[in-house]
Design a protein around this ligand. Structure first.
Ligand code: PXP
Length: 241
């Protein structure tokens, strides 16, 4: 099976820094370690409330990451302006609610597709590839295709909450197959851990995983490099089967 890219989401390195408003730990230094340990790319989410990643981090990551930088952001004029100034390799558009602890679901492309389309076009004019974070749902996949994006990222949260329910994995497999048949690049992520990543890593059409929280949490015990290598190994084991 082809290599599946591992993008490490380093938001929670910044969470630790913001807990004390300290100058450390530095997300760019963390990105370097992840890259040296085998990450194929770096992801960060600039939230509107700036709870972890800050504007300066996005500037520093866009300039300092040695692998492609994927900026997760809401579909707002402010964020589009930041993306066009920083020029990440890729933007992943996500829904955002201020009260949520983390992203709770995918974008609902039935609502206001014109706004998403305008954003995708502005990013494309700026030379930035766009991915849309959506639930593993046939209609959402088709709506994404109609918006002419390069990629979709399937929300794995429901699978991670109920990994033993075959329907949650089947939804991801079916959405991935459908998206790939329509010519979309397929990414996935949210809530993945060394323990639950295997079945998602095994989805042949899934080219890229975005994983953050469990890796940064595990880094407390084993260090960031080993946490990245452990995830890489779990993905490779699943794809070798
Ligand atoms: N993908 C998207 C679109 C996300 O919003 C997030 C969390 O910011 C992730 C992947 C990574 O999720 P986790 O931190 O649970 O691994």
């Amino acid at each position: 099976m082809t290599h599946q890219r591992l993008y490490i989401n380093i938001d929670h390195v910044a969470t630790l820094r913001q807990a004390r408003r300290a100058p450390y730990p530095d997300p760019v230094a963390a990105a370097r370690l992840c890259e040296e340990a085998g990450a194929d790319g770096i992801t960060a989410h600039l939230r509107e409330d700036r709870r972890h990643i800050q504007d300066a981090d996005v500037v520093a990551l866009a300039a300092g990451a040695r692998t492609p930088f994927n900026l997760e952001m809401a579909c707002t004029a402010e964020m589009v302006g930041i993306a066009l100034r920083c020029k990440p390799y890729q933007v992943t558009l996500v829904p955002e609610k201020r009260e949520e602890i983390t992203t709770e679901g995918g974008l609902d492309l039935r609502h206001d597709p014109a706004r998403v389309r305008a954003t995708v076009e502005r990013l494309r004019d700026g030379g930035i590839r766009t991915s849309l974070f959506i639930d593993p749902d046939r209609e959402q996949v088709e709506l994404a295709r109609a918006l002419d994006v390069a990629a979709i990222e399937l929300h794995t949260g429901t699978y991670c909450e109920r990994p033993d329910d075959p329907a949650t994995l089947a939804a991801l497999e079916q959405a991935a197959a459908h998206a790939a048949s329509l010519g979309l690049a397929v990414h996935a992520g949210h809530g993945l851990t060394v323990e639950n990543v295997g079945p998602v890593a095994s989805i042949t059409m899934c080219e890229e995983l975005n994983i953050g929280h469990s890796i940064v949490a595990r880094a407390v015990f084993v260090g960031l490099s080993e946490a990245v290598r452990d995830m890489r190994a779990a993905m490779d084991r699943a794809r070798a089967r």
